[in-house]
Design a protein around this ligand. Structure first.
Ligand code: FAD
Length: 494
């Protein structure tokens, strides 16, 4: 572009913004949502000199940090160097692409990886309480990264990040208005730019006006209608997301022309245990996630009584993908007393207690027939699978899934755990560029509108899969980025 043309474009842009110059704004920036993304965006906007109205529909700040743990991955950190761990952004990108099946937006993925290290270092240098005994480590719960690059706060709760950020806002509090119990309903667009939010609270319906708006509204894991519409296969799949995860940001952004991407992606994760039809809890990561690798012998069967995966495979991802293909995303984990004895070193946490408390998903029986009957599983097929495993174990053979059974079934009683794939976060979201500016279907910015966190859809940086810590770290990294860039845009508007 020639200098003359550049001047013309800038001049024309300023002219387009002119109608906004004379207007009154309630604040420079409005941030909608107060999870990790909302905290990071609010802090960053304040730190960059803006006044902020922070809108949260819940009575408290924090969003999903109320239940999530605090893993954060980053490459090339001081903590890694101190421990002699060699790592690089390229290796991190490779790992994320492997786990995400190469379906991430490569620009967003790279932007995340390149910024994650400095954000993590910023937390650490600022006195964030890190569990230095544990990290950096290879997170056993998800498909492993090539090197230890996961960190957790002490205690391991994601609210540690929001508490930290909230405390850092203290010097800027005179510039911050927090509106709890206030639901953003729609975005206000004037002269082609987003310039406010229509909100509803006990004060009624009002329009809050600002020079830019950041949507940090999280995912839509608790919005059945959206899941049915975009990923019908998951219509009945359990979710552990909190009730507020209703995709409001997705809806508001789409209404002003934003492109929603990968809305058909959902990847349910292990650990959902029904307590009764329609009710569930999280449990038994010991036998489902990567942490299960130490435990040997158990078989997983689907509703048809068929095994479908190498239960001992060290990589979490194939198991996760296979689980997503089973009827109702159900797997029944079956083992016997011989295996409990064999795996003494890896006791299953609280099995007896869960047996008492949740007879629906956790069962014990004297015979395999009784166990299958209790779960409604086809006895003959389960017995065929057991006979095959026993045969392979005796013969030292590797089975059709690549598993060489370390132990067969030897003695009762028999145990079973019903596990269902469960939605922890949603992959589809509001398309942004690497500056978190929301894009329309033609890839053009929607002036004044930003999105950060799960509202962007985890697929933008994580593709289709679940890499450890990529629920937490990107909202923090991109929240910071959105705050800074929104302020820069706001500075152009009088
Ligand atoms: C049980 C569980 C465990 C998890 N563990 C991990 C983990 O160990 N590691 C990891 O990396 N990830 C984990 N995750 C995922 C991670 O917690 C989320 O990806 C992350 O917290 C999302 O942050 P966010 O700020 O984008 O959204 P959220 O934290 O969901 O915040 C969104 C906020 O927006 C508010 N909001 C929404 N709509 C409106 C509206 N219309 N008006 C006003 N406010 C609105 C909501 O009330 C909420 O406060 C876990 C998730 C769950 C459910």
């Amino acid at each position: 572009m020639t200098i003359k043309r550049l001047f013309f474009v800038v001049f024309a842009g300023l002219l387009a913004l002119a109608p906004c110059f004379a207007r009154n704004y309630d604040a420079d920036i409005i941030v909608v949502g107060s999870g990790l993304g909302g905290h990071a965006a609010t802090y960053s906007a304040l730190e960059n000199g803006a006044t902020v109205i922070w809108v949260e529909k819940n009575p408290v700040l924090g969003g999903s940090t109320a239940i999530a743990t605090g893993t954060f991955p980053a490459a090339g950190t001081t903590m890694q160097k101190e421990r002699g761990i060699e790592d690089s952004n390229e290796l991190f990108i490779q790992d994320l692409n492997r786990i995400g099946h190469n379906k991430a937006d490569q620009n967003i993925l790279r932007a995340f990886v390149e910024k994650a290290t400095s954000v993590w270092e910023w937390f650490v240098k600022g006195g964030f309480q890190v569990d230095t005994k544990r990290g950096p480590f290879i997170d056993p719960v998800h498909s492993a990264y090539s090197v230890p690059r996961t960190y957790v706060p002490s205690p391991n709760k994601s609210s540690m990040y929001t508490d930290f950020l909230y405390a850092k806002m203290e010097p800027f509090k005179s510039k911050l208005t927090i509106r709890l119990n206030t639901k953003a309903e729609s975005l206000v667009v004037e002269k082609g730019r987003v310039s406010g939010v229509l909100v509803v609270s006990d004060q009624g319906t009002e329009v809050l006006r600002a020079k830019a708006v950041i949507l940090a509204t999280g995912g839509y894991g608790s919005n059945r209608d959206m899941i049915k519409r975009y990923s019908p296969k998951y219509s009945e799949v359990m979710t552990v997301t909190l009730p507020f995860a209703t995709g409001d940001g997705h809806r508001m952004a789409a209404a002003v022309g934003a492109d929603l991407v990968n809305m058909d992606y959902i990847c349910a994760y292990f650990g959902g245990m029904p307590k009764a039809p329609g009710q569930y809890a999280i449990g038994f990561g010991d036998l489902t996630s990567g942490a299960a690798d130490g435990w040997k012998g158990e078989i997983w069967v689907n509703q048809r009584g068929e095994r479908f995966i190498n239960e001992d495979d060290g990589d979490e991802d194939p198991r996760e993908m296979a689980l997503n293909e089973q009827p109702d995303l159900e797997n029944f984990i079956i083992f016997d007393q011989g295996m409990v004895d064999f795996n003494k070193r890896f006791p299953i946490g609280g099995f007896e207690k869960r047996l008492e408390e949740n007879g629906y998903a956790v069962k014990k029986a004297d015979t395999i027939e009784e166990l299958c009957k209790a779960f409604g599983l086809p006895v003959a097929q389960v017995k065929r699978e057991i006979a095959a495993v026993n045969g392979d174990h005796s013969a030292g053979k590797t089975d059709r899934f690549g598993k060489k059974p370390a132990i067969g079934f030897t003695k009762g009683p028999y145990y079973g755990i019903l596990n269902r794939g469960t939605i922890f976060m949603t992959q589809g979201g509001i398309r942004t560029d690497i500056g978190m500016r929301v894009l329309d279907k033609n890839g053009r910015w929607i002036p004044g509108l930003y999105a950060a966190g799960e509202a962007q859809g985890t697929s933008q940086w994580g593709g289709l899969g679940m890499a450890g810590g990529t629920g937490n770290a990107p909202p923090l990294v991109f929240g910071m980025e959105a705050g800074k860039n929104a302020v820069n845009e706001a500075k152009l508007i009088k």
